[in-house]
Design a protein around this ligand. Sequence first.
Ligand code: PLP
Length: 399
Amino acid sequence: MQQEEKEHGFAPPLGDMSADDFRRYGREVVDWIADYFETVERRPVLARVEPDELIAKLPASPPAAGESMDAILSDVGSLIAPALTHWSHPSFFAYFATSTSAPGIFGEMLCAAFDAKALLWRTAPAAQELEEVALSWLRQMIGLPETFSGIIYDTASVSSLHAITAARESLGLKIREEGMAGRADLPLLRVYCSEQAHSSIEKAVITLGLGQRSLRKIPADAEFRMDAEALARAVEEDERDGAIPFCVVATVGTTSTTSIDPVAAIADVCERHRLWLHVDAAYAGSAGIVPEFRYVLAACERADTLTLNPHKWLLTPFDLSVLYCRRMDLLHRAFSLVPEYLRTLEAGWRQARNHSEYGIQLGRRFRALKLWMIIRYFGREGLAARIREHCRLARPPMN
Ligand SMILES: Cc1ncc(COP(=O)(O)O)c(C=O)c1O
């Protein structure tokens, strides 16, 4: 033990925590997490705190001198955990089932330890290649054809934003180069989704500068599914009015009711009018791993892009969203910018595909690690068995 450590009880001033302390506190944290999972059902589901209560309990200024891990971890237990709503509580029934799991937590720990910035193949070859492997496994498990390549983003909101960007790029209107402002040659560009679609689609349209008016919400039927005939009529009307329809977003598992849009009928409309079909399967897509539930993804192989969130229903700690895309070249065309400082000797080598050229972010977390560990630990059948059991639990009891 170093002198400073003996005196202060924590790490020397210019280094990180000592390896010995890291081991000791690491064990303590893992024990704390194991206890948390074993006893979470005894906690209230909803945090019993008033707004600003936690702020009032914490010092307003940062500590001048470092504090001991004992003190910090004690506050996590006594102040932070009680101010959380417990998504892993067995009685948490809001929104979606939470999804974390032990191998996923280990994946997060290792991801933080490696601290890889997976911007280029060269900066994190394993991150790049494991992403390809894990997403190929997941693609096979949900039965999508090999014509789809996958890429990981943080959330479905961001996956859908990228999908709609690729769709817009497919129009060849030079929006990347010239933007959209003040262009007399650019009529209204239309995106379609059902009135039940997730708000992230509208946000994507706002973010892309298309404007909310470019999103046409198609009525749903009595089962909350997009009315494909109403879609066809809307597209024809817009074409007659001189707008450019370019993208339809179908939802497999809507947020409010898990209704499934009629993807086959929507794909027919898209094929007739040459529209990009994006499927938002953020929530329900994981059900496709279960052979008898594969029908939820029927006709999705006809989509151009599909998003699925392992952080919703595949035991994956937040965050990890997957976008499958049949035209990665369009994502590349929309987002690739390679300044001098990002050039490496591997440029042009297929395996050196740099994921940062396929999206907004430059630096990327090594998210694939946790997904790969989860798929290995549970296996395809283990994952399917768990999803099957979730559905059994959700079914109303038979009389
Ligand atoms: C159908 C659907 N799409 C997209 C989203 C957005 O997910 P994320 O939080 O990953 O952006 C949700 C989440 O509620 C959803 O239910």
